[in-house]
Design a protein around this ligand. Structure first.
Ligand SMILES: Nc1ncnc2c1ncn2[C@@H]1O[C@H](COP(=O)(O)OP(=O)(O)OP(=O)(O)O)[C@@H](O)[C@H]1O
Length: 146
């Protein structure tokens, strides 16, 4: 019987993890009972999800594409990276005509930040916030362009 309960518990956690990946929210936000686990366990799931990228790939994206940036892209990229490295924070809105390289620059910034985070493992909370911040920025850009 204990064996069965463990299977159900494990399956529920697995399904809730999928739910978090898809909707970024636990079961409780959809009127279902969340499996009994602590907030820090949930946070670990989030962290693991954010770490599902290859640092080798990130390094090669940065090495290959940073030298390709034009002057304007480079200026914005440097300004953004300075705000991150100096921990100034702030809001950045990248607004330019279609096809001028907004996604190109944002993807590079994200790759660079992910690389920095990987080099500072174990992951600290601040680094994770920066990563979420980037995801929000990408979302804003996506919403403003589609
Ligand atoms: N400096 C660059 N060097 C080489 N390729 C670039 C550069 N900037 C942009 N590109 C390429 O130009 C194309 C268009 O760029 P991108 O998709 O980033 O533009 P965008 O502004 O996000 O476009 P949209 O607003 O339509 O989504 C992409 O193939 C991208 O890889």
């Amino acid at each position: 019987m204990i064996y069965c309960i463990n299977i159900v518990y494990g399956a529920t956690i697995g399904i809730e993890d999928l739910c978090i990946v898809i909707a970024n929210l636990p079961f409780s936000n959809f009127g279902m009972n969340s499996p009994n686990r602590t907030a820090s366990d949930l946070m670990n799931t989030e962290m693991n999800r954010e770490l599902q990228y290859s640092t080798v790939e990130m390094a090669s994206i940065v090495a290959r594409n940073v030298p390709l940036m034009n002057e304007e892209q480079r200026t914005n990229y440097d300004r953004f990276m300075l705000a991150v490295s100096d921990r100034q924070g702030g809001f950045f809105f990248l607004d330019a005509p279609g096809g001028t390289g907004k996604t190109f620059v944002i993807s590079l910034i994200l790759a660079e930040i992910r690389l920095n985070i990987a080099s500072h493992w174990p992951l600290n909370h601040r680094a994770l916030q920066q990563l979420y911040w980037m995801e929000v920025e990408q979302l804003i850009q996506y919403l403003s362009c589609h």
